[in-house]
Design a binder for this molecule. Structure first.
Ligand code: CA
Length: 212
């Protein structure tokens, strides 16, 4: 392959990569601690593709640091995966993640009112590298699209780092019906008119035969 063609291929490849969204949308080290109040979660902007959220929960000796954040998924996108990233480090056993539809997480820290959760479950280091959404998603979840979703992360043990990749993918839309132009409609009308005329003539002819 000529060098110029190789360069063109590389350029196209780079273009392809640049159009895919892969971003760290919140890093507590850089952006600050996420809200500790479920009624006022931190709003995090997300987009189609990969949305990485890095944080630290647990008890550092001053009480449990719970983290609450919310993401808004537009109608044309759907939350299809929550990948547990290698930056996760659960110190003892498991950490907890829950999700509620809407701009608030109203469940009490002890679990009061948990029936409103649409996802709920625990994860440990053994799940790093996997999509945990299928196992935490509850039956009442519905389609994770066109709404705001509030997320609650906590570990009641020692400090626990977590890294999640919230993956948003385009919603499949039904194929649009083929459009018919004005000329197309005229031709269709003319064809239908011809068919009706021929049918009427045939009918009249057969009736004439029947009479005679
Ligand atoms: Ca935190």
């Amino acid at each position: 392959m000529k060098p110029s063609i190789v360069l063109q291929c590389l350029a196209l490849g780079l273009l392809g990569v640049s159009t895919a969204h892969a971003a760290t949308v919140w890093n507590e080290d850089l952006n600050g601690d996420l809200s500790g109040n479920g009624l006022s979660p931190t709003a995090i902007g997300v987009a189609s593709g990969s949305n990485v959220i890095l944080g630290l929960t647990g008890d550092f000796g001053q009480g449990v640091d719970r983290d609450y954040f919310k993401i808004t998924v537009p109608n044309n996108l759907e939350l299809t995966a929550i990948n547990l990233l290698p930056s996760t480090s659960v110190s003892g056993g498991v950490s907890f993640i829950g999700m509620q539809r809407g701009p608030q997480l109203t469940v009490t820290p002890s679990g009061g009112g948990a029936n409103v959760l649409i996802a709920s479950g625990h994860y440990g280091n053994d799940l790093i590298g996997t999509d945990i959404l299928p196992q935490i998603k509850l039956q009442n979840a519905g389609k994770l699209s066109g709404d705001t979703f509030s997320v609650w992360v906590q570990d009641t043990g020692g400090p626990a780092n977590y890294g999640f990749d919230f993956v948003l993918t385009p919603v499949a839309t039904p194929a649009a019906a083929p459009s018919v132009s004005g000329w197309g409609l005229l031709l269709l009308g003319a064809a239908l008119g011809s068919m009706l005329f021929v049918e009427a003539a045939r009918s009249a002819q057969s009736q004439g035969r029947a009479v005679t």
